[in-house]
Design a protein around this ligand. Sequence first.
Ligand code: G4P
Length: 190
Amino acid sequence: MKAMEEKILSDGKILPGQILKVGGFLNQQTDIKFMVEAAKEVARLYEGTKITKVLTIEASGISFSTLVAEQLGVDLVVIKKHASANISGDVYTAEIYSYTHKNSYVATVSKDYINEGDKILFCDDFLACGNAIKGVQKILTTAGAELVGCAIAIEKGFQHGGDTLRSEGIRVESLAIVESMTDDAIVFRK
Ligand code: G4P
């Protein structure tokens, strides 16, 4: 999506450690007008796939995922990063290691919200190494639900998670793929 690349170039900042700061439109603050267009693009890409639910992991992908779910006319399920008193009863869990944050967490979601036969679109703000999606895939397999594909606002192509997932047959649609980032240039995959 050309507009996502242009937005990253105009609003993004590169921080040490190959971190792209996009808090002004995607994370901490959501540019609703722009992100609605991004969500419409996701809905266009997944047209005809009969998705029944959008799924994300808390926290920073929630606003984007909400807009995508609205465009698709389905509900959004948010996986928690830790067990909480708010989640009662039976849960699905998967341990996920975050390369970016250098820690592991137990992704947890109530069994009430993912049903056998559900056709799931996983949505997130960033895709780096792909570990979150592997954890989600494990949960969906256990639940008997299908991962139709993934919709990512920004993929960090140089961390190769998306390439690995695609080579395993998972559909990954990223609105922008950053191939490289240096202090003075961001290069996108063509
Ligand atoms: P992976 O699932 O693809 O393996 O990715 P990894 O854990 O390494 O990184 C994903 C997490 O790190 C996400 O946060 C994502 O938002 C954040 N992240 C990764 N690279 C960047 C970046 O360049 N810029 C920004 N702003 N964030 C980045 P999270 O674990 O979902 O935590 P939360 O912030 O949503 O709570």
